[in-house]
Design a protein around this ligand. Structure first.
Ligand code: PFF
Length: 448
């Protein structure tokens, strides 16, 4: 049977950018930028994206397209009778665990969206927003409901297939996301006092920068581009032979970075204009922003729009996370697509239950000093993801070989790919070493 493929160039870009653009851009990027002092952090982040992100992205796409297989099958096909395919197993495990925690946060977002549409959120006094957020996260049945909703929407799209599901919905949702962002930017930068927020974002103060922020920037660039988790390998396998992978990667990376910056331009001018702290951390969009919207004319309209935007961004990412394990089961174990998606979604939902409970009845349960939610997040984003990234870079750089990757990227020499030398050095040496540093840092083996 012919493999399902993305049908158009715009479809590929929408789907891959849809995966890359998510909570990482609109929720995490602004708060880690806020925590790390603003513009100088963004500057380092951009360097990480340009140096390492582009190279690993084009490598993962080329692996997938050459092998025409899922994240594990790709390693098996390109290096038969070796154990490299375990890298794909790791990718499946990583994307599965991330999906469990990701759908919880996306569930909070949907719940905020509903309470902003009904106007409930604007009736809560700013001083009570922190306890509102805590009450929501601790309300297990409610969070179970909204996370399940996220998983059901995700499964529905994935079951519809690559072209009729992932591509079709990404093509609709990504333009809506851009338009929404632009409306919100216009609102935010025209507030009195918005300049301070723009200055915070774009005027670097390098004295704020620490070695820790450099590693955080590198780690986030991987997460934000959906690298190291088999997603881009899987999507690469759905790209037609005639597409130019280098130019596709650049477009996806540009879209991802622009959206992260745009989210910053929505959030910080408003935060500064109303006198809030930029370094509030993970609660920035759940506690600080609702207070900001309350002070704004037509605040509840803009608030609904904002949470709709975050919800859309999250769903186009959850579908890519589920697709990794669905393609794995359908191709490696010949399972029917629908059955695989339902089976895996049920598994993700079951896995998310203890993580949800860790904000409620199980809040006292600590494993290695972490709550269950934090443990899942730590294992997947800080251990498995960097290991996946290192193994993928080593595989492309040393095992499959940069010559083969180069052939695939350039479509057997049809497209010029000027950066070969640069590519070769980064994928062989810089990427694995730099990602290894993240791993050492996040496991506390090196302390900064
Ligand atoms: N890149 C997504 C974001 O920035 O929110 C998160 C993500 C999606 C990570 C898919 C990994 C992945 F495979």
């Amino acid at each position: 049977m012919e493999r399902d493929k993305f049908s158009s160039k715009f479809g590929v870009i929408a789907a891959a950018a849809g995966s890359a653009i998510g909570l990482g851009n609109i929720w995490k990027f602004p708060y880690i930028t806020g925590k790390n002092g603003g513009a100088a952090f963004i500057f380092v982040y951009l360097i990480c994206i340009i140096l390492v992100g582009t190279v690993v992205m084009v490598s993962e796409l080329s692996l997938g397209r050459r092998a025409q297989a899922n994240s594990s099958g790709a390693f098996k096909k390109l290096k038969p009778s070796s154990k490299w395919y375990y890298t794909g197993y790791l990718a499946v495990a990583t994307s599965f665990i991330i999906l469990a925690t990701y759908s919880i946060i996306a569930g909070w977002v949907l719940s905020y969206f509903c309470s902003s549409i009904t106007g409930k959120l604007t009736t809560i006094a700013p001083d009570n927003l922190a306890s509102y957020f805590e009450t929501l996260t601790g309300n297990t049945p409610m969070v179970l409901f909204f996370s399940l909703l996220v998983i059901i929407i995700t499964a529905f799209i994935v079951i519809s297939g690559v072209q009729n599901g992932i591509e079709k919905y990404s093509k609709i949702l990504m333009p809506i996301l851009f338009v929404t962002l632009i409306i919100l930017i216009i609102r935010s930068v025209t507030l009195d006092g918005a300049e301070k927020g723009l200055e915070f974002l774009f005027k670097p103060d390098f004295s704020q920068l620490t070695a820790q922020s450099v590693l955080e920037a590198l780690g986030h660039s991987f997460y934000s581009l959906s690298l190291g988790m088999g997603v881009i390998i899987t999507y690469g396998s759905y790209i037609k032979k005639e597409e130019n992978l280098a130019s596709l990667s650049l477009k996806v990376i540009a879209a991802d970075t622009i959206v992260a910056l745009m989210a910053g331009v929505v959030i910080f001018p408003a935060v500064f204009a109303y006198g809030f702290e930029p370094g509030a951390g993970p609660s920035l969009i759940f506690i600080t922003l609702p207070a900001v919207f309350q002070g704004m004319p037509f605040g509840s309209f803009f608030e609904s729009l904002f949470f709709l935007l975050v919800g859309i961004a999250a769903i186009t990412s959850t579908i890519s996370l589920l697709e990794v394990s669905v393609s794995f089961l359908t191709e490696e174990f010949h399972m029917d697509r629908k059955k695989a998606a339902i089976f895996l979604s049920a598994g993700v939902f079951l896995l998310s239950i203890p993580a949800i409970l860790s904000f409620g009845a199980w809040s006292g349960v600590k494993i290695f000093g972490l709550s269950i939610f934090d443990l899942f997040d730590y294992i997947s984003s800080y251990i498995f993801l960097p290991i996946g990234g290192i193994l993928t870079s080593i595989f492309v750089g040393w095992v499959w070989g940069t010559k083969n990757a180069f052939k695939e990227i350039s479509n057997d020499g049809l497209y010029s790919f000027k950066g070969y030398k640069f590519y070769n050095i980064i994928i062989k040496y810089i990427a694995p070493i730099a990602i290894f540093m993240i791993l050492l840092y996040s496991t506390n083996i090196i302390k900064l």
